[in-house]
Design a protein. Structure first.
Length: 343
């Protein structure tokens, strides 16, 4: 099965060069992009990667990038896909090592235009560019949707739980930034309820991100240890997933299964809420581990466990996105589609 194709046509063929950036809680990736094709194009030779904690600010990262690249490639502006949401002039995200201000970026960028977009907003635009070789089917629909290019939902567990919604109608498209990870978690039965009660004692508001993220996977494992009166022997999310895949630590396996089960349930809830006939897309660096574990997990059962709406969910595909430069590709797509004006 191939992913649904976009019917969106570019509004212009921009030839201006832009810096596009993908900034997460751990890494920042920058490149140059041009809008000479419908969904934009990254100049692969210009891609640079930075460890956020090694730099005092995002302005310092951008300044270093301009010093290395801009003399060879004059640019018209900066399109920055960044984890969090924009409030007034600043990006709000507790996972970033520093404050991000649009005004400060403009000043450091020689007063050229700067656009800040949510990183998963960019990821949603990137789904318009994906080929079948870049996707892994997690759930294939039992029957084709009557609206294959409809609403899409993008989720991605990592440092946090990112999300966005792409709404497509004819030749028009709109991406809505979302904070689905901050919704109150709806636990299932048994151990999920016990974990929910445990997390609730530490804070009055338990979100999906408390479980469906790297820190959340570790917290789930450590919570299970606490419930069983055991001493935790693992202290990082990658180690939890490694032991779960190797099946050498029973509580790591259980933590990973709870993670996958809650993920399936949340995906189905969002599909029902938004009518996501264009599919659910799972992105982020954690995807390979999840894809390897899913066949032995409760993910599929929880996705379809929605009573009379099971038949509706059977028409919705769920895709895993292989790790790539999607944030920058999404920003480049916005350039190519004419959504970023040249000023």
């Amino acid at each position: 099965m191939e992913p649904p194709k976009s019917g969106l046509k570019p509004s212009s063929r921009l030839t201006s060069c832009f810096v596009v950036a993908d900034v997460g809680g751990t890494h920042a990736r920058l490149a140059l992009a041009v809008g000479d094709v419908p969904h934009g194009r990254l100049l692969e030779a210009t891609i640079r990667r930075y460890v956020c904690a090694d730099w005092p600010s995002l302005e310092a990262i951008v300044a270093d990038y301009l010093k290395r690249i801009a003399p060879l490639h004059p640019v018209a502006g900066l399109v920055c896909a960044i984890a969090g949401y924009l409030q007034d002039d600043k990006v709000i995200n507790r996972n970033l090592p520093w404050t991000v201000s649009r005004q400060a970026l403009v000043a450091g960028f020689g007063q050229r235009p700067v656009w800040l977009i949510n990183d998963f907003e960019a990821l949603a635009y990137a789904t318009l560019t994906l080929g079948v070789d870049e996707l892994v089917p997690m759930i294939e629909p039992f029957r084709s949707s009557s609206s294959p290019a409809g609403t899409r939902v993008v989720l991605g567990p990592g440092t946090g739980l990112g999300s966005a919604i792409l709404i497509e109608a004819g030749d028009r498209v709109q991406v809505l930034p979302s904070e689905a990870g901050q919704m109150a978690m709806a636990p299932g039965a048994g151990r999920e309820l016990q974990l929910f009660e445990l997390f609730s004692r530490r804070g009055s508001y338990v979100t999906y991100e408390h479980v469906l993220s790297g820190p959340g996977l570790l917290a789930t494992y450590q919570g299970l240890c606490e419930l069983d009166g055991q001493q935790a022997s693992v202290f990082s999310a990658p180690e939890v997933s490694r032991l779960a895949l190797a099946e050498t630590e029973p509580l790591a396996v259980e933590a990973m299964d709870i993670f996958c089960g809650l993920l399936g349930s949340l995906m189905a809830d969002l599909a029902l809420l938004l009518g996501a006939t264009g599919g659910i897309y799972l992105g982020g660096g954690f995807v390979p581990e999840l894809l390897a574990f899913l066949p032995r997990s409760s993910f599929r059962q929880r996705f379809f466990n929605k009573g009379v709406m099971q038949s509706y969910l059977q028409q919705i595909p769920v895709w895993g996105m292989q790790p790539a430069e999607y944030g920058m590709r999404g920003a480049a797509a916005m350039v190519g589609l004419g959504l970023i004006p040249v000023v």
